[in-house]
Each structure stands twice: as C-alpha cells, then as structure tokens.
Design a protein around this ligand. Structure first.
Ligand SMILES: [Fe+2]
Length: 297
C-alpha cells in the first residue's frame, strides 16, 4: 500500500485489521506523525495557535464561542504545554465522536530510509526519491505536505500526484510550504512538457489523460497559485505590521477580488479557512523566518 502523504483522507485505517498483512510504504517524515493519524490533526494548527494565540486563530470564525476562547486563553497562559495536550486530546475526541476509532499503520508500516534516497532523472527532469521496483518510483514532492510523495511509472508515463496539484483554490497547504508547492508543481509541469506524463492521477478528481490535457491542467493550477500568491503579497505589503495577523486577515477577508471571495467560500466561517494557513505560511517564509519553511532541494 503506497501512501502519498500523512493526511487522514489518504491514510486513515491503513493499520486496520483487513490491511495488516499489507506493508504500508511512506515517506520517512511520516514516522514523526503517526500519532496525528489517529485524528484529523496537522502540526500547523498547533503552530498557528502558538504564534497568534487562541483569539487570533479561532476568534474570527464561529468555530469556538467566546466562553470557550476565554477558557482556552487562560489555560494557554497558565501552561502552554498543558494547552497543547488539550488541543491534541480535543482533536482526538472530535474525531472519535464524528468517525469512530482510526487505526494508523503501526506494525505494518515501512518508512522509506533517508540514507537510501537517491537522485532520479526522467526526461531530463530531476527528482529525489526511491526506486520501489524496476518500474515504480517514489518521488519526493513536498508542498501540500512535507511528507508528500508522488508515485511514478515511467514506462506507462503515469504520475500519481496525490494532493500536490490540489483541487482547491488556493492549494490547501498544511504542514508544507509555498516555496515547495511552487517548485514541485513546476517540476511536474517540466516533466509533462518533456513528454514524461501521459496520465496524471490526482486526488479528489478524475485523472487527466493525454499529454496536452495534463499540461493544460498543470498550467492552470500553477496560474491560480500564482494569482493567489500575488494577491496575498499585495495585501501583506499594504499592512505596516507584519506580525499583526488579525489585521492582515481582516484585510484578506474584506478583499474585493473574485479570487478571494471564492477562496473564502470554501470553508469560512465554519472553521479557519485554508487562506489563514496560506497567509501564515507566506508571512513565515517571506518575513518572519525567511530562511525556514522550505525544504527546496
Ligand atoms: Fe492532503
């Protein structure tokens, strides 16, 4: 069983009884996230709550009411470690209540090894990854998630790209980075333009079939990405205090462009929007910690 990445909608129950005799093959970084796979949890949530506080992260949405926000604020102030444990436990309880117990792969998991990762070149396009057999390769394609793999069958020119080329607008980047997303989407386009992809199998939608269709699709997703990136960059540039997440997000939510309105419709105000994470990653990678946030190779 090949796991493209550690999100629950791609990995849930891969450790459950019917699959116990199948080896689950995944990126080495998944080893540190096995516990996240018991619940719908990503490290970026905890990180954003830590950086922007409970109100900064949840306050704009209807996800938590004012009494709950107040209570969590006092716990966070009292003990950040206890607060993190509570956040983690709450996500487990919510997941158990909504979908029941989830079994991550534990006994039947094979983490690919860092020391066996190698350079791989297809149609003059460079990747890093692991040969799984003579005709099947696991390629590192971080962006959407730092442990993301794409699986490639060169003889058939089939690329299984998981969530790298996302169906959402913008790409719902979670434990990943904007820089990696741009890099690896473009790398897939480079391979497609060189004639290396005839079938692009993406998550949450039907596969793209035919070289031209694949190229057109990749170009259109990259263009949407760039449009989102430029809009966010323009909004952030107009905010004098790059650490004031609340005012930056108010400007993002009030932005008049059709693009931003469309993005906000995806899940706001039920929960913090994917655009919250996108803006946070933009600030982190370009202002707050410009030397971090990318695993560009
Ligand atoms: Fe995902």
């Amino acid at each position: 069983m090949l796991l493209t990445h550690s999100h629950l909608d791609h990995s849930a129950n891969s450790g459950a009884a019917p699959f116990i005799n199948a080896q689950v093959i995944c990126h080495p970084l998944v080893a540190g996230k096995i516990n996240n796979l018991k619940r719908n949890y990503t490290d970026i949530t905890a990180e954003m709550v830590r950086v922007f506080g409970v109100h900064g992260f949840f306050g704009r949405t209807g996800m938590l009411g004012p009494p709950m926000i107040k209570q969590l604020q006092s716990i966070q102030k009292l003990s950040p470690a206890l607060f993190n444990r509570i956040l983690y436990a709450v996500s487990l309880v919510i997941c158990r209540r909504n979908v029941g117990r989830v079994y991550p792969p534990v006994r039947n998991v094979t983490f690919l090894r860092e020391d066996q990762r190698t350079d791989l070149c297809f149609a003059n396009t460079l990747f890093r990854g692991w040969p799984l057999s003579e005709d099947l390769f696991a390629l590192e394609t971080p962006g959407h998630q730092d442990d993301h793999l794409s699986f490639y069958v060169p003889d058939r020119k089939i690329m299984f790209a998981g969530d790298l080329i996302s169906f959402l607008n913008p790409n719902d980047i979670l434990d990943g980075s904007l820089k990696d997303t741009h890099t690896w989407m473009k790398r897939l386009l480079q391979l497609a333009e060189a004639g290396g992809i005839d079938i692009l199998a993406i998550s949450h939608a039907l596969p793209l079939i035919g070289k031209e269709q694949v190229i057109t699709y990749l170009r259109s997703v990259i263009a949407k990405q760039e449009d989102t990136f430029n809009t966010v960059a323009e909004i952030v540039a107009s905010c004098p205090d790059k650490s004031d997440f609340d005012s930056i997000m108010s400007k993002v939510y009030a932005h008049e462009s059709e693009l931003m309105k469309k993005i906000l419709k995806i899940n706001y105000p039920r929960t913090v929007s994917f655009i919250d994470v996108y803006v946070y990653l933009y600030l982190k990678e370009y202002f707050l910690f410009p030397n971090h946030g990318s695993t560009m190779r």
